[in-house]
Design a protein around this ligand. Structure first.
Ligand code: GDP
Length: 138
Protein backbone atom coordinates (compact mmCIF):
# COMPACT_ATOMS: atom_id res chain seq x y z
CA UNK A 1 0.00 0.00 0.00
CA UNK A 2 1.41 3.34 -1.04
CA UNK A 3 0.51 6.66 0.53
CA UNK A 4 0.43 8.74 -2.64
CA UNK A 5 -1.99 9.27 -5.48
CA UNK A 6 -2.22 11.55 -8.48
CA UNK A 7 -5.17 13.75 -9.46
CA UNK A 8 -6.26 16.22 -12.07
CA UNK A 9 -9.09 18.72 -11.82
CA UNK A 10 -10.33 18.31 -15.38
CA UNK A 11 -11.13 21.09 -17.91
CA UNK A 12 -14.90 20.99 -17.23
CA UNK A 13 -14.50 21.60 -13.49
CA UNK A 14 -11.91 24.33 -14.09
CA UNK A 15 -14.18 26.07 -16.61
CA UNK A 16 -17.18 25.80 -14.29
CA UNK A 17 -15.31 27.48 -11.42
CA UNK A 18 -14.94 24.45 -9.11
CA UNK A 19 -11.17 24.47 -8.45
CA UNK A 20 -11.54 26.03 -5.00
CA UNK A 21 -14.38 23.76 -3.89
CA UNK A 22 -12.60 20.61 -5.03
CA UNK A 23 -9.30 21.59 -3.35
CA UNK A 24 -11.30 22.30 -0.18
CA UNK A 25 -12.79 18.78 -0.29
CA UNK A 26 -9.32 17.29 -0.86
CA UNK A 27 -7.90 19.14 2.15
CA UNK A 28 -10.90 18.36 4.35
CA UNK A 29 -10.51 14.65 3.55
CA UNK A 30 -6.99 14.75 4.98
CA UNK A 31 -4.82 14.72 1.86
CA UNK A 32 -1.57 16.67 1.89
CA UNK A 33 -0.49 18.37 -1.35
CA UNK A 34 2.99 17.18 -2.36
CA UNK A 35 3.02 18.87 -5.79
CA UNK A 36 0.56 21.00 -7.74
CA UNK A 37 0.39 22.92 -11.04
CA UNK A 38 -2.12 24.76 -13.23
CA UNK A 39 -1.34 23.78 -16.79
CA UNK A 40 -2.72 22.63 -20.12
CA UNK A 41 -1.74 19.46 -21.96
CA UNK A 42 -1.60 19.04 -25.74
CA UNK A 43 -3.65 16.44 -27.60
CA UNK A 44 -0.46 14.42 -28.02
CA UNK A 45 0.33 14.54 -24.29
CA UNK A 46 -3.26 13.56 -23.44
CA UNK A 47 -2.86 10.62 -25.83
CA UNK A 48 0.25 9.51 -23.98
CA UNK A 49 -1.27 9.96 -20.53
CA UNK A 50 -4.33 7.87 -21.46
CA UNK A 51 -2.46 5.37 -23.65
CA UNK A 52 -3.90 2.43 -21.65
CA UNK A 53 -7.32 3.44 -22.98
CA UNK A 54 -6.23 3.73 -26.63
CA UNK A 55 -8.36 0.78 -27.74
CA UNK A 56 -11.52 2.12 -26.04
CA UNK A 57 -14.21 3.75 -28.21
CA UNK A 58 -14.09 6.97 -26.19
CA UNK A 59 -10.30 7.48 -26.49
CA UNK A 60 -10.57 10.29 -29.10
CA UNK A 61 -13.28 12.09 -27.16
CA UNK A 62 -11.32 11.70 -23.90
CA UNK A 63 -8.03 13.03 -25.24
CA UNK A 64 -9.73 15.95 -27.02
CA UNK A 65 -11.58 16.86 -23.84
CA UNK A 66 -8.50 16.59 -21.61
CA UNK A 67 -6.52 18.90 -23.92
CA UNK A 68 -9.40 21.37 -24.39
CA UNK A 69 -8.47 23.72 -21.55
CA UNK A 70 -6.37 24.15 -18.41
CA UNK A 71 -6.30 21.58 -15.63
CA UNK A 72 -4.92 21.41 -12.10
CA UNK A 73 -2.55 18.45 -11.63
CA UNK A 74 -1.45 17.33 -8.17
CA UNK A 75 0.26 14.60 -6.19
CA UNK A 76 -1.52 13.91 -2.90
CA UNK A 77 -0.39 12.09 0.23
CA UNK A 78 -2.43 10.24 2.85
CA UNK A 79 -2.56 6.71 4.27
CA UNK A 80 -4.30 4.47 1.72
CA UNK A 81 -4.23 7.39 -0.74
CA UNK A 82 -5.31 5.64 -3.95
CA UNK A 83 -8.38 3.91 -2.52
CA UNK A 84 -9.42 6.76 -0.24
CA UNK A 85 -9.19 9.27 -3.07
CA UNK A 86 -11.33 7.11 -5.34
CA UNK A 87 -13.92 6.96 -2.55
CA UNK A 88 -13.81 10.76 -2.28
CA UNK A 89 -14.34 11.31 -6.02
CA UNK A 90 -17.00 8.63 -6.58
CA UNK A 91 -17.93 6.47 -9.58
CA UNK A 92 -16.74 7.33 -13.10
CA UNK A 93 -20.31 8.05 -14.16
CA UNK A 94 -21.74 10.88 -11.99
CA UNK A 95 -25.20 9.31 -12.30
CA UNK A 96 -23.81 6.39 -10.28
CA UNK A 97 -21.60 8.40 -7.91
CA UNK A 98 -22.47 8.39 -4.20
CA UNK A 99 -23.96 11.47 -2.55
CA UNK A 100 -21.36 13.95 -1.38
CA UNK A 101 -18.61 12.75 -3.72
CA UNK A 102 -16.74 15.18 -5.97
CA UNK A 103 -18.20 13.70 -9.15
CA UNK A 104 -21.76 13.68 -7.77
CA UNK A 105 -21.37 17.36 -6.92
CA UNK A 106 -19.39 18.66 -9.89
CA UNK A 107 -19.29 16.22 -12.83
CA UNK A 108 -21.63 16.71 -15.75
CA UNK A 109 -21.26 13.40 -17.65
CA UNK A 110 -19.29 10.14 -17.73
CA UNK A 111 -16.71 11.81 -19.98
CA UNK A 112 -16.63 15.28 -18.41
CA UNK A 113 -16.40 13.99 -14.87
CA UNK A 114 -14.55 16.79 -13.04
CA UNK A 115 -11.58 14.86 -11.64
CA UNK A 116 -9.06 12.13 -12.30
CA UNK A 117 -7.79 9.78 -9.60
CA UNK A 118 -5.15 7.08 -10.07
CA UNK A 119 -6.46 3.51 -10.00
CA UNK A 120 -3.34 1.84 -8.53
CA UNK A 121 -0.12 2.63 -6.68
CA UNK A 122 1.84 1.80 -9.82
CA UNK A 123 -0.18 4.21 -11.97
CA UNK A 124 -0.05 6.89 -9.27
CA UNK A 125 3.74 6.90 -9.60
CA UNK A 126 3.72 6.84 -13.42
CA UNK A 127 1.15 9.65 -13.58
CA UNK A 128 2.88 11.83 -10.98
CA UNK A 129 6.18 11.41 -12.83
CA UNK A 130 4.44 12.46 -16.08
CA UNK A 131 3.76 15.94 -14.63
CA UNK A 132 6.34 16.63 -11.92
CA UNK A 133 10.10 16.48 -11.46
CA UNK A 134 11.86 16.11 -8.11
CA UNK A 135 12.25 19.86 -7.58
CA UNK A 136 8.49 20.37 -7.77
CA UNK A 137 7.64 18.08 -4.83
CA UNK A 138 7.47 19.18 -1.20
P1 GDP B 1 -11.85 6.49 -13.86
O1 GDP B 1 -10.71 5.65 -13.36
O2 GDP B 1 -13.01 6.55 -12.91
O3 GDP B 1 -11.42 7.88 -14.29
O4 GDP B 1 -12.45 5.77 -15.17
P2 GDP B 1 -11.76 4.98 -16.38
O5 GDP B 1 -10.32 4.67 -16.08
O6 GDP B 1 -12.68 3.85 -16.73
O7 GDP B 1 -11.84 6.02 -17.59
C1 GDP B 1 -10.94 7.09 -17.69
C2 GDP B 1 -11.69 8.33 -18.11
O8 GDP B 1 -12.23 8.12 -19.41
C3 GDP B 1 -12.92 8.66 -17.25
O9 GDP B 1 -12.62 9.37 -16.09
C4 GDP B 1 -13.75 9.50 -18.23
O10 GDP B 1 -13.28 10.85 -18.29
C5 GDP B 1 -13.47 8.82 -19.55
N1 GDP B 1 -14.51 7.85 -19.87
C6 GDP B 1 -14.77 6.64 -19.30
N2 GDP B 1 -15.82 6.03 -19.86
C7 GDP B 1 -16.27 6.89 -20.83
C8 GDP B 1 -17.34 6.85 -21.77
O11 GDP B 1 -18.10 5.89 -21.84
N3 GDP B 1 -17.46 7.93 -22.61
C9 GDP B 1 -16.61 9.00 -22.56
N4 GDP B 1 -16.79 10.02 -23.41
N5 GDP B 1 -15.60 9.07 -21.68
C10 GDP B 1 -15.42 8.05 -20.83
Amino acid sequence: MSNRTFTMIKPDAVKNGHIGNILQMINAAGFRIIAMKYTRISLEQAGKFYEVHSARPFYGELTEFMSSGPIVAAILEKDNAVADFRTLIGATNPAEAAEGTVRKLYATSIGENAVHGSDSDENAKIEGDFFFNGLERF
